[in-house]
Design a protein around this ligand. Structure first.
Ligand code: SF4
Ligand code: SF4
Length: 337
């Protein structure tokens, strides 16, 4: 593995006196020369804004695609998963805080050039690469260069959705599938718990949906914070109104971590109730996460009710699919094979 580092110029920024304004995400940080942006991934040098986390890899793993979670994108396959460092949100419950919250320079990473990382992916016999673990949007330049190094690889992005419109549209041209967190459905929750704005995330979700990239959503249900039936219901209504009844939604259980150790695990009944709310409103594919269930993670044909994919944890059994159609009634499902 190479140990050489290089200085790569950031995209989407402008000079502002003795500082730079970063335009990659809606924070639009003003970064004085010698400092870092809020995400830790951009450094202002005298001559340019540097994509400081470029190529700095903190985690590599081959995961089931269901772990992202993506239940409707090449079900039963695996993907080469990569994480960097830093994040543009500051969620109090972050489960990856060791890599997301430290300033980039202090986290131990390995420098991997794009051609080296795709070679590693191919060596592992994987044909899909997932940018995940910390926040990949702040790894923008690296993601694009990795995909350019091997355009035949499928590109999966697991994100908090906090990115400006223009770079997101650029990324959508190379991405095949995304899972975006909608972490709650009130501005207060986003402001107080995540350090971001709900509206910015929803705008990204719509952009990804309209671009045609396969999209799934994750809503981490935190007791007492974002678990009211009214809030969950409004979120489901929004998915129906602005996206489609066919967008898969994952309600996952929270477990105590980071700065929210005093909050209990989400009861299984709560995520099951969220699923009921979503299905009751007309969403076709609603799942629960971080728990084992008998049948709540199976995929059913919305037309005839046949179970087409059965799941137990990451064990996947494709029982009644003919390509992307239900074997039973031939209804076309929102599933990419
Ligand atoms: S990407 Fe980072 S530096 Fe740029 S605006 Fe967002 S938080 Fe600030
Ligand atoms: S967006 Fe994700 S990685 Fe970033 S702080 Fe929140 S939970 Fe952690």
């Amino acid at each position: 593995m190479a140990v050489i580092n290089e200085r790569v110029e950031a995209r989407y920024y402008e000079r502002d006196g003795d500082a730079y304004i970063c335009g990659l995400c809606p924070h639009r940080c003003r970064i004085p020369v010698g400092s870092y942006g809020r995400c830790g991934a951009r450094r202002a040098d005298e001559d340019m804004l540097v994509a400081y986390s470029y190529g700095k890899v903190s985690s590599v793993c081959v995961d089931p695609v269901e772990k992202k979670p993506l239940f409707h994108y090449r079900p039963g396959t695996r993907c080469f998963s990569l994480g960097g460092v830093g994040c543009n949100m500051s969620c109090k419950h972050c489960q990856n805080y060791a890599i997301s919250m430290l300033p980039s320079g202090k986290k131990r990473t390995t420098y991997e050039r794009p051609d080296e990382i795709v070679a590693l992916c191919r060596k592992e016999r994987q044909d899909a690469i997932a940018f995940t673990y910390n926040e990949p949007m702040i790894w923008f330049e690296y993601m694009l260069d990795v995909m350019k190094a091997d355009p035949d690889l499928r590109c999966i992005v697991v994100s908090n959705g906090l990115i400006c419109e223009e770079p997101l549209k650029e990324l959508c041209k190379v991405a095949d599938a995304m899972n975006i967190d909608v972490k709650g459905f009130t501005e207060d929750f986003y402001k107080e718990v995540c350090g971001a704005h709900l509206e910015d995330v929803l705008r990204s979700v719509v952009t990804v949906f309209e671009s045609g990239v396969h999209l799934e959503l994750t809503y981490l249900v935190i007791p007492g914070y974002n678990d009211s039936e009214e809030e969950v219901g409004r979120f489901c209504d929004w998915v129906l109104e602005r996206l489609s009844e066919d967008v898969p939604v994952h309600f996952t259980r929270f477990y105590p971590d980071n700065q929210m150790m005093d909050v209990p695990w989400t009861p299984v009944e709560t995520v099951m109730r969220c699923r009921e709310i979503g299905m009751g409103k007309g969403l076709n594919y609603v799942y629960v996460g971080n728990t084992l269930t008998d049948d709540a993670d199976d995929t059913y044909c919305p037309e005839c009710g046949t179970a087409v994919i059965k799941r137990l944890g990451y064990l996947v059994d494709i029982v009644s699919l003919d390509g992307d159609r239900c074997s039973c009634c031939k209804h076309k499902l929102n599933i990419v094979r």
